[in-house]
Write a protein that binds this ligand. Sequence first.
Ligand SMILES: C[S@@+](CC[C@H](N)C(=O)[O-])C[C@H]1O[C@@H](n2cnc3c(N)ncnc32)[C@H](O)[C@@H]1O
Length: 278
Amino acid sequence: MTSTSRELLSSAAEELELAGCPSPRVDAEWLLAHALGVTRTELYADGDHPLTVARRQRFGELMARRAQREPLAYVLGEWGFRRLTLRVDSRVLIPRPETESLVERCLALLDGLPEPCVLDIGVGSGAIALAIADEHPGARVVATDSSPGALAVADENRRRTALTGRVELVSGELFAGLEGPFDLVVSNPPYVSPEDFDTLEPEVSLFEPREAIVGVGVGAEIAGAARAVLAPGGWLLLECGDGQAADLAAEFERLGYGDVVRTRDLADRERVVEGRWA
Ligand SMILES: C[S@@+](CC[C@H](N)C(=O)[O-])C[C@H]1O[C@@H](n2cnc3c(N)ncnc32)[C@H](O)[C@@H]1O
């Protein structure tokens, strides 16, 4: 019988590989560290630590979920985004690395504004809204979502990160009931076509909320409506899918935005379009 965490890790990685998980060894390490209540670094430092029956059972439960291709973030129940660790479950999209690039651009444009008003459309877990409030100490953020489940998770994360006083949550469709002026409007809207959704990996298509992912033309709709709430000289920043940035940038220009810029993410793909409402 397997007796130490090191031995258990090898067999777990094999099991996840057989299940088709793309990063079986890393996932097994995360899950075992979680079951043991230690960090991955501590797991390495103490690789021959014997496991109690309770911990082994806990690990088995986590492994069973991951082997069904449930995303690692949902199994762990939390996920890192910039400086924050956010609670995540199947009610919200798991924050993605490319969205960190979107936040990076927002912070660059807000630099120098002492108390900017920011609007985040489609708050999800709260990733964008909370990261902006966390990294710009003067920013006040209004964040909306049409999903009650997402708003509940965002609220939990707002309290977890002690940013409740700086981030206001609003329930509703896109801009419904919102009045500006905002210095910056940001959104990571649903932008995957219905045809593409079914071709995504099972972690996404079977577990993440479809309404957070599938959408056609939502970015353009936001770009049109944002003009009514942006302060003169205010910025609009939208994340988009790989291959969509050129069309979205053209739409920004058609709608009258100036200083339109496309930004690449760390994988060198254009994923963010920004423009200024003059
Ligand atoms: C791609 S997720 C982004 C979540 C989060 N901002 C992030 O970047 O991780 C899109 C979010 O928009 C919300 N949403 C979709 N359609 C919406 C609409 N018409 N009005 C308001 N929110 C919407 C979804 O519920 C989801 O939480």
